[in-house]
Design a protein around this ligand. Sequence first.
Ligand SMILES: [Zn+2]
Length: 135
Amino acid sequence: MTDPLIPAWFAIPVAAVFGALIGSFLNVVIWRVPQGMSIVRPGSACPHCGHAIAWYDNLPMLSYLILRGRCRRCGARISLRYPAVELLTALAFAGVVAGAYGAVYPAAILPLLLYWAAAGIALALIDLDHHRRPT
Ligand SMILES: [Zn+2]
């Protein structure tokens, strides 16, 4: 990107935070889509005790660390996969945006590349879980 409107030192960390949030959503997609469940409702709940997860317990990676990988109410273990998917998506988004600043490709195709990164992560994990991809 020549003479970018937004400096790289700002855009790349913002892309990482955005990626972590998208990663949190991908966890929902990876879990629910193969089961034919809605990705909108109901909200996230502990699979062990059914306790609804509050927004402050659903912050990408941070909540996992704060809760030490356990449900706030029942103490059941939360899979390490959730923060791992969030971290992977954060790194992927930061890398894609860094690539645009490194002029590896034009910035105009960033939305497409970010979409592919997110879809690729979701499809790879659904395939890993079920050995099939949703059609
Ligand atoms: Zn629980």
